[in-house]
Write a protein that binds this ligand. Structure first.
Ligand SMILES: Cc1cc2nc3c(=O)[nH]c(=O)nc-3n(C[C@H](O)[C@H](O)[C@H](O)COP(=O)(O)OP(=O)(O)OC[C@H]3O[C@@H](n4cnc5c(N)ncnc54)[C@H](O)[C@@H]3O)c2cc1C
Length: 560
């Protein structure tokens, strides 16, 4: 048995019991794939030996592979595999150091292992008034290894960018079974790396040639949107002007398809001391793009949104919503009266938009919020159907943030006979197209309304939205709708030059559509990249390259 062979050289734990295999058969996607074995490496030597073992198996013609996993909150099937799962939260869970910044512009730097839960890092950073700003909405569940491998972003991405903007160096175990450190190289450092006679030197030489030879095409392929997690980000590797060659930009977002991540060095920013929220109620989506443009003049830290269906769910499940908030339950329940009345009277807005301003000087921030409120009221004179409420203190904000952040969990945890089905969960277009794209998406989905209900929440400042349908995945007919609807939605997004994923990445759900998004040539380059790093296809096969729609559809399974 594979597990017995691994136990011979492995210092960590090896599990094949039913409970473990069942747990690791799922992430937060629609898929279920049962692994053969789950391993919990204790140190880097374990990983090096594991890679050498799997390479040996492959050479002998066996179909064995390694899929890294951190907290398993991926929505794409990224950490699922029928072979070996390498789980990092048990032993690779140390914050190694929070120290001074090396890169200009960073407030500090943190060195973390991939299995560190973000919530634990956040606690340590708060003590020092520091912030890692590219955290996802799953921040209380996910871990750093998945954040780097998915190129995560979230509510603060509008102001601060995504994980790709904060990766300073990565320690990885590559297909040669050795540990490597990658970071941006320039000048003589890069020249000597190109001369290195080693697997790593070869990777650099071949990657440099690939980018040089296809430079124009690669730069043209970069999606014209503010955030993107689809494919490999070939356009971000070689900065010709600054003479920098940075393979961390290839590794970030690569879903463990190029190697196993053992440590990340990440940049940090200084946290702002205060924040204030304006809540905007839109009865029609027509002005959403122009409104975002107006609001952006105030340099908000985030612009978030949720739709009328999310409010309905929150009102229906108000007990759970209150349960996840801090404070007196009766006082909190009182806060929901306006929403309950909205639902009862049927006068719900199509979208609620949360605009967050932040700053260190509280009076100046309050004054700025007032100015924002006035600007939105002025905007509403020429764009009827908009109301704005500026909130006086931070505790009034919690209700709105809770509904926004908990929208997926509420659906996920409270449905019987239906499953949350994230498969068109993360599209992004330029914000100026939102008012056209959102109604068209609604029109597509409404054609299937007998088989799905859905909520839309997202980041309108980035034109990035999360559609979460509820579907009965026990039904063959309903499962078969998933690729059909995905095709319709993605075609629409591509017509607007958008990306199918701004944050959540490709995994089993979107890898099969990469060619439609990028075209044949770029997908061939993706395959070449994979071949340079992982010639025997041992790392997370079927993600990023060689997507197989039939395999994906076969593995859609109801929860429970
Ligand atoms: C409610 C909810 C909300 C979410 N909101 C967001 C959001 O706002 N933004 C966002 O970006 N994402 C979001 N996600 C998706 C997901 O939570 C994030 O992408 C998260 O960062 C993944 O972290 P994880 O530790 O759970 O990763 P995992 O699920 O464990 O893994 C993610 C990917 O990384 C690979 N991987 C993990 N660790 C390693 C390693 N050490 N070496 C090699 N490969 C590895 C896996 O193979 C997989 O492909 C959300 C998910 C949920 C359930």
């Amino acid at each position: 048995m594979l597990a017995d062979e691994i136990k011979e050289f492995f210092r960590g734990d090896v599990a094949v019991d039913d409970e473990t295999l069942a747990k690791f058969s799922r992430d937060y996607s629609v898929f279920k794939v049962r692994p053969e074995v789950v391993v919990f490496p204790r140190d880097v030597d374990d990983l090096k030996n594991l890679v050498r073992f799997v390479v040996g198996k492959k050479v002998a013609g066996e179909n064995v592979s390694l899929t890294g996993r951190s907290a398993g909150t991926d929505m794409t099937g990224g950490p699922l595999s029928r072979s070996i799962i390498v789980s990092f939260t048990k032993y690779f869970n140390h914050i190694i150091e929070i120290g001074p910044a090396v890169k200009l512009g960073d407030a500090a730097e943190v060195r973390v292992e991939p299995g560190v839960y973000f919530r634990d890092l956040e606690k340590e950073l708060k003590k020092r008034d520091l912030l890692y700003p590219a955290f996802p909405a799953s921040k209380d569940l996910c871990a750093l290894g998945g954040m780097v491998n998915n190129n995560s972003g979230g509510e603060k991405t509008l102001a601060y960018g995504k994980t790709e903007d904060y990766v300073r160096a990565l320690n990885v175990v590559l297909a040669d079974g050795e540990a490597h450190t990658i970071w941006p190289l320039s000048g003589t450092d890069f020249a000597s790396k190109l001369n290195e006679q080693s697997f790593e030197g070869d990777v650099y030489r071949r990657m440099y040639a690939l980018i040089q030879d296809n430079y124009e095409e690669i730069m043209k392929a970069k999606p014209n949107v503010s955030k993107n997690s689809a494919g490999y980000y070939l356009w971000n590797i070689w900065d010709k002007e600054r003479d920098t060659f940075d393979l961390t930009q290839l590794f970030v977002g690569s879903q463990g398809t190029l190697g196993l991540l053992t440590e990340a060095k990440l940049g940090l920013v200084r946290a702002k001391k205060h924040s204030r929220l304006a809540v905007v109620f839109l009865r029609t989506l027509d002005p959403v793009g122009d409104l975002v443009e107006e609001v952006l003049k105030f340099k908000p830290e985030s612009i978030e949104s949720y739709d009328d269906k999310t409010i309905q769910v929150a009102v229906k499940l108000w007990r759970q919503v209150l349960g996840s908030m801090k404070g007196n339950i009766f006082k909190l329940a009182w806060q929901f009266i306006p929403e309950m009345l909205m639902v009862m009277r049927g006068g719900m807005p199509k979208m609620i938009m949360l605009v967050e301003l932040t700053g260190d000087d509280e009076p100046a921030l309050v004054a700025e919020l007032k100015r924002l409120g006035v600007a939105i009221e002025k905007f509403a004179v020429t764009h009827p159907g908009i109301q704005v409420k500026t909130l006086d203190n931070e505790s009034d904000e919690e209700k709105y943030w809770t509904i926004r952040r908990q929208s997926f969990a509420l659906l996920h945890n409270n449905t019987t006979g239906k499953d949350t089905a994230p498969f068109i969960d993360d599209f992004v277009v330029q914000p100026k197209y939102m008012h056209e794209v959102l109604p068209k998406i609604n029109a597509i989905l409404d054609r299937y309304k007998d088989d799905l209900i859905y909520t839309i929440a997202g980041h309108p400042g980035n034109g990035n939205f999360h559609i979460i349908p509820l579907m009965d995945l026990r039904s063959d007919r309903v499962r078969a709708l998933i690729p059909k609807i995905a095709e319709e939605v993605y075609q629409l997004i591509f017509q607007y030059g958008g990306s199918m994923t701004g944050e959540h990445n490709d995994g089993l759900i979107r890898t099969p559509y990469l060619e439609e998004m990028y075209g044949k040539k770029i997908v061939e380059l993706f395959a070449e990249v994979k071949n340079i790093f992982d010639p025997r296809d041992i790392f997370n096969p079927g993600k990023k390259v060689d997507g197989d729609l039939e395999y994906s559809v076969e593995h859609i399974a109801p929860t429970g």
